[in-house]
Design a protein around this ligand. Structure first.
Ligand SMILES: [Cu+2]
Length: 143
């Protein structure tokens, strides 16, 4: 009896998650990250964020396997590639898309606690300035 109630609750939560992501207007495509050993304390995640009817911003993120998550941009300073927090987040233009890719914008996982192996699926919760948060599954790949 108890088992059925737990299962029912899980399905209700799943249904709620699906309908809230539908309302967001922002479509998250192909979230992924690279394999990384446990000793590496940081890792980056990439994806494409397709905008809805209004311009929005990716302003934060969260993942259980990371101590903190920051939104970063990569910049060239005197020929050296550095990364820093993206001021104001990453703009997701209405009807357009924001591309998070190696060498550019990324979601930075800091104080990572686990090894990321090819085929692993890491739930990432994305926070937007206006749209409701969305949790997506980032796929871990060799490259
Ligand atoms: Cu970074």
């Amino acid at each position: 009896m108890k088992r059925w109630m737990v299962l029912g609750l899980g399905m209700a939560l799943l249904a709620a998650a699906c309908s809230s992501s539908g309302d967001a207007g922002i479509v998250v495509k192909d979230p992924w990250g690279r394999t990384s050993p446990k000793v590496a304390t940081a890792a980056a995640f990439y994806m494409i964020l397709e905008g809805g009817d209004t311009t929005d911003h990716l302003i934060g993120a969260d993942a259980d396997v990371c101590g903190t998550v920051e939104i970063h941009q990569t910049i060239m300073t005197d020929g050296v590639m550095k990364m820093q927090p993206a001021e104001g987040g990453i703009e997701i233009p209405a009807g357009g898309a924001a591309v998070l890719e190696p060498g550019g914008y990324h979601v930075m996982c800091i104080n990572k606690t686990v090894e990321l192996k090819a085929g692993d699926v890491i739930p990432l919760t994305l926070e937007f300035e206006n749209a409701p948060s969305q949790t997506v599954n980032a796929e871990i790949r060799e490259n």
